[in-house]
Design a protein around this ligand. Structure first.
Ligand SMILES: O=C(O)CCC(=O)C(=O)O
Length: 289
């Protein structure tokens, strides 16, 4: 069995789980070689970045619009970019676990590859709940994080508030009622937990989990792949980072990894807060507000 009973109990109670070195170093090394190539090519690209209300272009998110000192913060949708990322998102060990956590079926939802810059160039990711960005008809959604390098406290690991997935949805809005991608009310962080792990370690957190990440106090970028998955009966209540089922139902269903096409979404009584974010705006741009 991919998860013990006590691990399942732990996830249900706390809303997160860490599986140390679940992905082999061979796979991690191959991915890292590919990333190096992608970054080198992108860093050489001379094209001026279009200003799209922040700094987003060509699938990459940067820390600045200026071509001088710009640094890559994120590669959007890496699974569309290269087969190696796609294969990782379908890794059997991960999917087996996700299937248990989601209650029997698995649909791929979205993915991104984040680079946390050294703290002199970038900051923390403020506390937030993924649910605030993409609510569904039920909350059987999980986010998977894969450390591509060893990640200790000083590298700025993911941090979670255990048990917070069972509590309320916090405001992610400013006084003007604009969505700002971070919790805007006071929260008690006494119980916060850092999810540290060696390269190949995989973290799992519930979509309503309050989480974020601190500063990277090293001189290296901290790479982290994030994959989102949902139960096939969780229907998106908004147009989010994933495929829009109302536009392309076939493509939407092609994302099912394990399970059947669902025509009757399961509704659960879970609060959501509006307004929701606009589609093309990254968490980095939103949180700067
Ligand atoms: O990259 C990180 O440190 C965390 C990012 C995160 O939580 C997110 O993108 O939702």
């Amino acid at each position: 069995m991919s998860l013990s009973k006590s691990e399942i109990r732990f996830y249900k109670k706390n809303g997160y789980l860490v599986k140390n070195k679940l992905i082999s170093l061979k796979e991690i090394n191959n991915i890292n070689k590919l990333i190096k190539k992608i970054l080198t090519k992108e860093e050489k690209r001379e094209t001026k970045i279009k200003n799209l209300g922040g700094s987003y272009d060509n699938n990459f998110v940067y820390n600045s619009n200026s071509s001088k000192n710009r640094e890559i913060l994120r590669l959007n949708n890496p699974t569309y970019y290269h087969r190696l990322f796609y294969n990782l998102s379908r890794n059997k060990k991960i999917i087996k676990i996700i299937k248990i956590l989601l209650g029997g079926s698995v649909r791929f939802h979205h993915c991104k590859l984040n680079f946390k810059l050294p703290s002199s160039k970038g900051g923390e990711v403020s506390w937030h709940q993924d649910w605030a960005f993409y609510p569904h008809t039920n909350d059987d959604l999980v986010t998977v994080g894969i450390y591509l390098e060893d990640c200790y406290e000083e590298n700025g690991p993911l941090q979670v508030l255990p048990g917070s997935h069972k509590n309320k949805i916090f405001n992610h809005h400013n006084n003007q009622k604009e969505f700002i991608g971070k919790i805007s009310q006071k929260i008690n962080l006494k119980s916060k937990k850092s999810l540290i792990g060696l390269a190949g370690t995989v973290t799992f957190h519930h979509v309503r989990m309050v989480h974020g990440s601190g500063l990277n106090l090293t001189n290296n970028k901290r790479p982290l792949i994030l994959f989102g998955y949902n139960n096939t009966d969780a229907w998106p209540l908004t147009i989010d980072a994933s495929v829009n089922p109302n536009e392309d139902f076939k493509k939407y269903n092609d994302c099912i990894i394990d399970g059947k096409i669902q025509l009757t979404p399961r509704f659960e009584k879970i609060p959501i807060k509006i307004p929701l974010p606009k589609k093309s705006v990254s968490i980095y741009q939103l949180q700067r507000k």
